[in-house]
Design a protein around this ligand. Structure first.
Ligand code: FAD
Length: 365
C-alpha cells in the first residue's frame, strides 16, 4: 500500500516529462528525493500521459519525445528507441528505468485532490493522506483536461464522438464515415490510421488548408505557438489549446499521404446535424462519427482552493511561479508544454524552487 510522508519541503505533482525533469535537477541541487522532496502521480505506472495514449501510436512518424535530462547516462535514449512498438510501452519503460537509475522516489498511484494555503505552509490533500509542504511544483500536464470546442449541432449529433483522450483503435471506426477535427499531429495520426479502415474520412481544421504543403517543418508556427502560450501565462489569460499552433514535421509518410489525398484539410465546418456535417458553403455530407483532436487545457482543478486564477481566465505565471502565490510553481505549463520545453524548463525551475526554499531543507518524517 502506497503511503505519503506527513511533511516534505517540496511536493512535485506529476511524474511526466516536466515533473521528472524538475525532480532530477532538484536532486542534483541537494534536495533529496524521498527525503526533502516527494513526487506524486495518479497514474498506475511510469510514463506520464504517454502510458494512457492509444496503442497504435508510435514514436517517430509524427510524435517525438525529447530525452529526459541526464538520460544518456542511464544507457538509453529516445533517439534509438524502437519505433515499431507502441509509444506508450516504450515511454513507460524508459521513464521507469530513469526513475530507478536516479533514485527518484515517485509515489503512485496517488491523486492530489486539492492544495490548501495554511499560512506558512501548504497542505497537499491526496487520496492516501495529507502532506504539509513549503513549495509545490505542479506538473500535472493536460491529459486529464481534454478540450472540445463548441460548434452548433454538436450535442444533437447522433453518431460516435471521441476525443484524442478517449480514442483507442481505428477498428472502432471500421466501415464508418468519419470526420476528424483538429490541426495537430494527433489529427494527422488518426487520419493515417483510419485510412483503409473507415469507409471515408474528412479532415476539418482551422489552419490554412495549404499549411502542410510548406517546408519540412513549420518552425515559425511552432515559435508563434510558444509565444502565444507564454504571453497568456504572463498576463494570466486562459491558455490557448495546446495543439493550436505547433508546427508539424512533413515526414515522408505525411508527404505521401498528402499525395494520396488522405491528408486533405478543409476549413472548419459550419454545423453538425444528427447524421451529417454541413460545410460553410452549404454542402451536406452524411457522417457516422467525429474524432475531436482538438487539444487539451491545463489540468489544475486541484489548485482551485488557492484562488490563483485572474479575472481574465488564467493563472498568471512569472518565471515559473504563480504571481498570486510564489510557493506554487508550474512545470510543463504554457510555453513549456512540450517534451523539449518541459525538459529545458526543469533546470531553471529547480533553481527557482531551490531559491524559494532558502538554505534550510528539512528532512521528512
Ligand atoms: P504529462 O506527461 O501529462 O504528465 C503529467 C502527470 O501528472 C501524469 O503522469 C498524471 O498522472 C499526473 N497527474 C495529473 N494530475 C494529477 C493529480 N491531480 N494528482 C497526481 N498526479 C496527477 N510533445 C512533444 O514534444 N512531442 C510530441 O510528439 C507530442 N505528442 C503529443 C501527443 C498527444 C496526444 C498529446 C496530448 C501531447 C503530446 N505532446 C507532445 C505534448 C507532450 O506530451 C507534453 O507536453 C509532455 O509530454 C507533457 O509532459 P508533462 O510532464 O507536462 O505532462
Amino acid at each position: 500500500m502506497v503511503a505519503v510522508p506527513a511533511r516534505a519541503d517540496v511536493v512535485v505533482i506529476g511524474a511526466g516529462q516536466a515533473g521528472l525533469s524538475v525532480a532530477y535537477y532538484l536532486q542534483r541541487l541537494g534536495v533529496r528525493s524521498g527525503v526533502d522532496q516527494v513526487v506524486l502521480d495518479r497514474g498506475p505506472g511510469p510514463g506520464g500521459a504517454w502510458q494512457h495514449r492509444w496503442p497504435a501510436l508510435r514514436l517517430g512518424s509524427a510524435h517525438r519525445v525529447h530525452d529526459l535530462p541526464g538520460m544518456r547516462r542511464t544507457g538509453i535514449t529516445f533517439e534509438t528507441a524502437d519505433r515499431t512498438r507502441p509509444a506508450r510501452d516504450v515511454v513507460s519503460e524508459y521513464y521507469g528505468h530513469y526513475e530507478r537509475f536516479f533514485g527518484l522516489d515517485v509515489r503512485r498511484p496517488v491523486t492530489v485532490a486539492a492544495v490548501f494555503d495554511r499560512g506558512a505552509d501548504l497542505v497537499v490533500r491526496t487520496t492516501v493522506g495529507e502532506i504539509t509542504a513549503r513549495v509545490v511544483v505542479n506538473a500535472t500536464g493536460t491529459w486529464g483536461s481534454p478540450f472540445v470546442p463548441y460548434y452548433p449541432g454538436v450535442r444533437d449529433f447522433a453518431g460516435l464522438q471521441v476525443h484524442t483522450a478517449t480514442y483507442r483503435d481505428a477498428a472502432d471506426f471500421a466501415g464508418q464515415r468519419v470526420l476528424v477535427v483538429g490541426g495537430g499531429t494527433s489529427a494527422i495520426g488518426f487520419l493515417l490510421e483510419l485510412e483503409g479502415v473507415a469507409a471515408k474520412t474528412w479532415w476539418a481544421t482551422r489552419r490554412p488548408v495549404d499549411y502542410l504543403d510548406q517546408g519540412t517543418l513549420d518552425l515559425e508556427a511552432a515559435v508563434n505557438a510558444v509565444d502565444q502560450q507564454d504571453e497568456a501565462a504572463r498576463t494570466g489569460r486562459a491558455l490557448p489549446s495546446i495543439v493550436s499552433g505547433t508546427g508539424v514535421p512533413k515526414t515522408r509518410r505525411i508527404a505521401s499521404a498528402i499525395q494520396r489525398g488522405v491528408l486533405a484539410p478543409r476549413p472548419m465546418f459550419d454545423h453538425l446535424e444528427p447524421h451529417a456535417v454541413v460545410w460553410p458553403d452549404g454542402a451536406w455530407e452524411p457522417i457516422d462519427a467525429v474524432v475531436w483532436a482538438t487539444g487539451f487545457r491545463p489540468d489544475i482543478r486541484h489548485l482551485s482552493p488557492l484562488r490563483l486564477h485572474e479575472k481574465v481566465g488564467g493563472v498568471q505565471v512569472t518565471s515559473g511561479a504563480a504571481e498570486r502565490d510564489p510557493r506554487i510553481f508550474f512545470a510543463g505549463y504554457g510555453p513549456t508544454a512540450s517534451t523539449v520545453g518541459a525538459n529545458r524548463a526543469g533546470r531553471t525551475l529547480a533553481r527557482q524552487v531551490f531559491a524559494a526554499l532558502g538554505d534550510t531543507t528539512v528532512p521528512v518524517d
